[in-house]
Design a protein. Structure first.
Ligand code: C5P
Length: 232
């Protein structure tokens, strides 16, 4: 068994799991890894290369030749594509990337490539890792598992504000449709679909404030640490 712990978090699109994972990692002194950013980096790559996202063979081969790295920086993990730090640019979270990423994230070989990055981070760090299959496929034996939800309207409202802040002119209906479609695609793919495992603690991040959700999660983790006579 690894001497490092994984706090695994999955959840629907725009549920706020990134914000929660980040806050939790800071409080625990763990590293935060947003695995969606890795799939987003792969998407940035194929779009730059002019690859048709529906052409599985071309996508897999192109992403294989890309250098995608997750490098720890304080409590965060920054994602690099061919040497460029994408986490410090606004390329990862555009609507185009959000709408294209579920098309390519269902390809088995691409998921295996991403999984290697996830495993290697967890081999050398205590980590709060969030995504769609962290609690189920990548780390089914994670120390603690959470599943984050919020209503579609709340998620759409929050995502619309984020996109508008970054300069995108987008309507509430367009954001809502995009989130709905992304959830549907993520939940219905053959490989590693988004599901809430029985042993995950469900956090309703629509009813709760961020602080309330983080507190609820910390209480659960502390209880688990205490029951194992651990401090960290
Ligand atoms: O979390 P985020 O919204 O950034 O994820 C973007 C997309 O990446 C998801 O909609 C999903 O298609 C894909 N993803 C995945 N498995 C993960 C994380 C993200 O398939 N573990």
């Amino acid at each position: 068994m690894s001497k490092f712990k994984v706090i695994a978090i999955d959840g629907t699109a725009a549920s706020g799991k990134g914000t929660l994972a980040k806050a939790l990692a800071k409080k625990l002194g763990y590293l935060h890894l947003d695995t969606g950013s890795i799939y987003r980096a792969a998407t940035v790559h194929i779009i730059k290369q002019g690859i048709n996202p529906y052409d599985e063979e071309a996508v897999v081969s192109s992403v294989k030749s890309a250098i995608i790295e997750a490098k720890p920086s304080n409590n965060e993990t920054e994602i690099y594509l061919n040497g460029e730090n994408l986490s410090r640019s606004n390329q990862l979270r555009t609507s185009k990337i959000s709408n294209t990423v579920p098309i390519i994230s269902k390809y088995t070989q691409l998921r295996e490539q991403v999984r290697k990055i996830q495993k290697s981070i967890a081999n050398t760090n205590n980590v709060v890792m969030e995504g769609r299959d962290v609690t189920t496929v990548v780390f089914p034996d994670a120390f603690v598992k959470f599943f984050i939800t919020a209503s579609l309207d709340i998620r759409s409202e929050r995502r619309m504000k984020d996109l508008q802040k970054s300069g995108e002119d987008i309507t509430f209906e367009a954001v809502k449709n995009s989130i709905k479609k992304r959830d549907y695609d993520d939940e219905h793919r053959d490989h590693s679909p988004l599901v809430c495992p029985k042993d995950a603690i469900i956090i309703d991040n629509g009813k709760n404030t961020i602080e309330e959700s983080v507190t609820q999660m910390l209480v659960t983790i502390k209880a688990k640490l205490d029951s194992n006579n651990l401090t960290k």
